[in-house]
Write a protein that binds this ligand. Structure first.
Ligand SMILES: Nc1ncnc2c1ncn2[C@@H]1O[C@H](COP(=O)(O)OP(=O)(O)OP(=O)(O)O)[C@@H](O)[C@H]1O
Length: 228
C-alpha cells in the first residue's frame, strides 16, 4: 500500500527532514506516527500525499511511484488519499454539504452521485442533520467530522491525518478516534501523526517513532513512549 525506500528529504533552505527512511505499511493498517516536534512526521505524511517530493529515494502509494508521477496522474493519487488536518481547513463560506461535495466536484462526479454520496458520508460521521450549516456554526469536533467526511467521500485507499485531535478536548478526541477506527475497519489504511499519549496508549495500534528524520522504533500494538 505505502512503501518508502531509503527516503531523504532536504528542504530548499538546507534543512534535512528525513534521512534515509524505509518502511512498508500494508493495506488496512492503522499506524500512529509519533516523535518530538520537528522530527519529520509532517514531512513523512506530505510525501505520501505528494505535497512534497523526496530529494532521494522512492515512495510507492497504491503501486504508483509518486515521486516520479506524471503531472496528469496527480489528480488520481490525490483522489486515492484523503487528508485530515489539525485545524480542519474547511471553506468558511461553504455549507457542510458544499464542503464535502466540493471534493467530489473536483473529480467531476455526476451531480446525482455527488448528492447521494455526500449525504451518505455525512450520515456516517453523524452530521447529516447539519448539512446546511456553515463551519462557524459547528463545534470543533463537528468541524473535524466534516473534514473527515470530506477526506473519505471519494473512497480513498489511504487517509493521512496530521494531529487530527490536536485542537480538540479529550472526550471529543476519543469520539474522533472511534470514527477513524470505524473508517479503518471499513477498509481504509490510516496513517496518523499525533502527540496524544493517552490515545496511543489506550487505542493500541502500530507505532512508528521518528526522531531527527529517522525511524527509531516500529512496534505493533505499541506505546507512545515519550513523557509529554
Ligand atoms: N517547508 C519547509 N522548509 C524548510 N524546513 C522545513 C519545511 N517544513 C518542515 N521543515 C523542517 O523540517 C523538519 C521536520 O519538520 P516536520 O514538520 O516534518 O516535523 P514534525 O515531526 O511534523 O513536527 P511537529 O510535531 O512539530 O508537527 C523541521 O526541522 C522543520 O523545521
Amino acid at each position: 500500500m505505502i512503501e518508502m525506500h531509503d527516503i531523504w528529504k532536504t528542504y530548499a533552505d538546507g534543512t534535512s527532514a528525513l534521512n534515509g527512511v524505509s518502511v512498508k505499511i500494508d493495506r488496512n493498517e492503522f499506524v500512529y506516527l509519533v516523535g518530538p516536534s520537528g522530527a519529520g512526521k509532517s514531512t513523512f505524511m506530505k510525501l505520501i500525499y505528494r505535497e512534497e517530493i523526496p530529494t532521494k529515494g522512492e515512495i510507492f502509494v497504491n503501486g504508483f511511484n509518486i515521486g516520479k508521477l506524471k503531472q496528469r496522474k496527480i489528480p488520481y493519487i490525490r483522489r486515492n488519499i484523503g487528508v485530515v488536518f489539525q485545524d480542519f481547513r474547511l471553506l468558511p463560506k461553504l455549507t457542510v454539504f458544499e464542503n464535502v461535495a466540493f471534493a467530489m466536484e473536483a473529480i467531476e462526479a455526476p451531480r446525482k452521485v455527488i448528492r447521494k454520496r455526500t449525504l451518505e458520508v455525512l450520515e456516517l460521521v453523524g452530521l447529516k442533520h447539519k448539512y446546511k450549516n456553515f463551519p462557524s456554526q459547528l463545534s470543533g469536533g463537528e468541524q473535524q467530522r466534516v473534514s473527515i467526511a470530506r477526506a473519505i467521500v471519494n473512497n480513498p485507499a489511504v487517509i493521512v491525518a496530521d494531529e487530527p485531535t490536536g485542537n480538540l478536548d479529550p472526550d471529543t478526541s476519543v469520539e474522533i478516534m472511534h470514527l477513524l477506527e470505524e473508517i479503518n475497519f471499513r477498509g481504509t489504511t490510516i496513517v496518523m501523526a499525533t502527540h496524544n499519549k493517552e490515545i496511543v496508549n489506550s487505542m493500541r495500534k502500530r507505532v512508528i517513532a521518528i526522531e531527527n528524520g529517522n525511524i527509531v522504533r516500529d512496534v505493533q500494538r505499541g506505546e507512545y513512549g515519550y513523557e509529554i
